[in-house]
Design a protein around this ligand. Structure first.
Ligand code: SAH
Length: 233
């Protein structure tokens, strides 16, 4: 690939917010709130201790650290340097070992194809220029029979109302401009990209988040946030 599959404007946004990553009341509050149910969803579908785990677009490491705490040997990759610095410091403070690298999934796939028993790529696909290429790179990185987990935001009027107007403008849960509606991905589009990457779609589930109670639960409705579990044949 000649141009890396990275949007510099997106990376700059995450770099600027990095210091707030681990504030449970701060800009990444929703990620803190959704982490326990998504971690449980993942752990009940793969063996986190069964082989190396890769977290693509790990940011400050909320999911990476929680998987390492569950006994996984985790590599976290991201293209934003500042969140990675925060992630490394936080892991050090927590006494948790995670291997953080500045890399795209595509670049890592050139040297580490087939190495990971589990690959996670959460809340990241809606920030890259070409998400099917990221999905394909994740597929390459996974070992045969490996499990892959993606999550993103659906594209429809309800998702626009809740994920952008509600979260960024009314409730100010997320900084304005965090999400771009056009980059949201419908479940059938993600499923198609997953199949084109040679993976099997195992399950799609919704992730419901109540910003008032701050409760997040796995649900059947995929109208706004959702997760997809895939397996490499
Ligand atoms: N996955 C984490 C963080 C999500 S925020 C979680 O769910 O808790 C999205 C992250 O994707 C940011 O840290 C951003 O820097 C990263 N990102 C965006 N484009 C990327 C790319 N092309 N390659 C790697 N990481 C990328």
């Amino acid at each position: 690939m000649t141009t890396p599959n990275v949007d510099p404007h997106e990376i700059a946004k995450f770099d600027a917010l990095a210091s707030r990553w681990w504030d449970p009341e701060g800009d990444f509050r929703p990620l803190h709130d959704i982490n326990p149910p998504r971690l449980e969803w993942i752990t009940s579908r793969t063996s986190l201790t069964g082989g190396p785990v890769l977290d693509v677009g790990c940011g400050g490491g909320i999911l990476s650290e929680s998987m390492a705490r569950a006994g996984a040997q985790v590599t976290g990759i991201d293209m934003a340097g500042a969140p990675l610095t925060v992630a490394r410091l936080h892991a050090l403070e927590s006494g948790i070992e995670v291997n953080y690298l500045e890399s795209t999934a595509e670049a890592l796939a050139a040297t580490h194809a087939g190495r990971f028993r589990t690959v996670t790529c959460m809340e990241m696909l809606e920030h890259v220029p070409d998400y099917p290429a990221t999905v394909a790179a994740c597929a390459e990185l996974a070992a045969p029979q490996g499990d892959l987990f993606f999550s993103t935001i659906n594209r429809n009027p309800k998702a626009y109302a809740l994920a952008i107007v509600g979260a960024e403008y009314v409730l100010r849960l997320l900084p304005r401009g965090t999400h771009d509606y056009d980059k949201f991905i419908r479940p059938h589009e993600l499923a198609a990209a997953v199949r084109r990457a040679g993976l099997l779609v195992c399950e799609i589930a919704g992730l419901r988040y109540n910003p008032f109670s701050r409760r997040a639960t796995i649900a059947t409705d995929v109208d706004v946030n959702y997760l997809l579990h895939a397996r490499k044949p």
